[in-house]
Design a protein. Structure first.
Length: 241
């Protein structure tokens, strides 16, 4: 183990409401290195922090986020929506990096325009092949992780050298700065192979202490977690030895 992983605060860390100002601040206060937020864009191109594609209105109706303007969204929803601009302002104030988990392809242009305008340093995730290709073709200046698609593969498949090489080739072909993978599918061979090619491996979402210790030992670059204090204490104990 040559280095300790960065701590990425999962949206809704430490039992806070996901994608809220409280969640962002809690991640900062508890010592995370990176704060993850989920991002979609409204019909008029306002990036907001939200995980699901639809939202409940005051009238208990479901509205698709990308089919309503931000002004109307605020009028018809129960809770105040947090904009990406607000999150970027906090990140700037506290000198913290945001991990923008892009939830829809149609939000990328709005996100990119705002990040460029604010001159912010961010990491983009949530990028399976389609989104990664779009970023490669349109915004190569950004840092974006390839989210490994595990839907059609088993944990055993990720032990195969051919599968590992294919993932690495995809990440390289789309100029990804690394991969982001569900920790249950990540193993020592993946990490070794990617390290040998100077590509970091980030894993999500680990809340169990034993699993944290395992993946620290394996040498992952970042661990996304809800339990920031637990992961921070493990790192501090290792450093104190």
């Amino acid at each position: 183990m040559s280095r300790l992983p960065l701590i990425t605060a999962h949206a809704g860390c430490m039992n806070t409401v996901p994608n809220s100002i409280e969640s962002i601040m809690k991640g900062i206060e508890t010592g995370a290195d990176i704060i993850e937020v989920d991002v979609r864009a409204t019909k008029d191109g306002v990036p907001i922090l939200i995980h699901d594609p639809s939202i409940n209105t005051i009238q208990d109706e479901q509205i698709q986020v990308n089919e309503i303007t931000f002004e109307d969204l605020e009028k018809h929803t129960k809770n105040k929506m947090v904009t990406l601009l607000e999150a970027l302002d906090i990140a700037h104030q506290y000198n913290i990096v945001l991990n923008l988990d892009i939830k829809s392809l149609d939000a990328i242009d709005s996100i990119a325009a705002l990040v460029n305008y604010e001159k912010m340093n961010v990491i983009l995730s949530g990028c399976k092949k389609e989104k990664a290709i779009y970023l490669y073709n349109n915004y190569p200046q950004f840092q974006y992780l390839l989210n490994v698609d595990t839907n059609s593969l088993s944990e055993e498949d990720f032990n195969q050298q051919s599968i590992i090489e294919e993932i690495c080739n995809e990440a390289n072909s789309m100029s990804c700065c690394g991969i982001n993978i569900d920790y249950k599918y990540c193993n020592e061979e993946i990490i070794k192979y990617f390290h040998s090619r100077f590509l970091p491996v980030a894993v999500w979402t680990i809340d169990n202490e034993c699993d944290m210790e395992k993946y620290i030992e394996l040498g992952v670059y970042s661990i996304t977690t809800n339990e920031i204090n637990t992961l921070r204490h493990i790192k501090e104990n290792i450093l104190s030895k």
